[in-house]
Design a protein around this ligand. Structure first.
Ligand SMILES: C[S@@+](CC[C@H](N)C(=O)[O-])C[C@H]1O[C@@H](n2cnc3c(N)ncnc32)[C@H](O)[C@@H]1O
Length: 277
């Protein structure tokens, strides 16, 4: 799975993403915005906004005129624009943000760092466009506790040659986000977990979005022939005790927040440095 293949997988219709991942944003978005301390009057940037699930939450907190968003996928960016009138939604990537230094009170990236070609550069750019004292925040799925992906890859593992999926993506392990934010020179860095959930009508409602070619799971399903796909589907179905009934799946994400150091903090000598005589 190359960076290019992954980027292409996000050139899908926004409705497909809604059904696959967007259904977690009504719970993930508020939890993430709470962790980042987003409130009224703050100027906020949503990096890798997708079709705008988090953008919507940011608009509700601080108003459309205070929110900007950036997204490389044209269909996702267009959906975000249509769904969030008044928000400045631009085409672009985290690693090269088209914003001035210190333009925002906070910059957030929800489920994005694992897909950046250069996450360190992306977080450094988020820090650059955030004012001194402002917040940079990132979250990414904790795969051991993201039931939707966990069940999918458990089913896929029954077929020889199943890929590693999201396992190994930066951000999916404890401490990844902490290290990224600390490495970008942010202070007061904390990593916590946040919770989300989504409801499904039945197994078909769960399985169908996985066949749309979106993200690592979608790319994997697309790589299978008909017989293999049927085998994975059947194995996944066995992961559910009542596949024809409605169900809710829980999910958990790692979430790290940090502050861009203020000018005085940057100027202060390290505590361990001896005072000049
Ligand atoms: C899993 S989606 C998350 C979308 C949205 N933030 C959400 O939570 O629903 C990952 C998004 O990151 C975008 N993306 C990938 N590489 C990126 C990069 N280098 N900079 C910014 N966004 C990127 C993808 O196009 C995709 O929309």
């Amino acid at each position: 799975m190359t960076d290019t293949e992954m980027a292409r997988s996000f050139l899908a219709p926004a409705q497909g993403y809604d059904a696959l991942m967007g259904r977690y944003l009504p719970t993930l978005g508020p939890a993430f915005a709470d962790a980042a301390g987003i409130g009224p009057h703050q100027r906020v940037l949503d990096v890798g906004c997708g079709p705008g699930g988090l953008t919507r939450e940011l608009v509700a907190r601080t108003g459309p005129g205070n929110v900007a968003a950036i997204e490389p996928s044209e269909p996702f960016g267009q959906a975000c624009r249509e769904r969030n009138p008044g928000v400045d939604v631009r085409a672009g990537i985290a690693e090269d943000l088209p914003f001035a230094d210190a333009e925002f009170d906070a910059a957030l990236a929800c489920l994005v760092v694992g897909f950046m070609s250069d996450a360190a550069a992306g977080i450094a750019e988020m820090a650059r466009v955030t004012r001194p004292g402002g917040v940079v925040a990132a979250c990414f799925w904790d795969l051991a506790h993201m039931q939707m992906l966990r069940r999918f890859w458990a089913g896929a593992a029954e077929l020889a040659g199943a890929g590693r999926g999201e396992v190994g993506l930066l951000g999916s392990r404890e401490g990844d986000l902490f290290a990224l934010l600390t490495g970008a020179g942010l202070t007061d860095v904390h990593e916590i977990t946040i919770e989300a959930r989504a409801r499904y009508e039945n197994f078909e409602d769960w399985w169908n979005p996985l066949t749309l070619g979106i993200g690592p799971a979608g790319l994997y399903v697309r790589s299978l022939d008909d017989e293999q796909r049927r085998a994975v589907r059947d194995a996944c179905r066995r992961q559910f005790t009542a596949p024809d009934e409605p169900f809710t799946l829980d999910a958990r994400a790692w979430c790290a927040t940090g502050r861009r150091p203020s000018v005085s903090e940057r100027a202060a000598p390290p505590a361990s440095r001896p005072a000049p005589e």
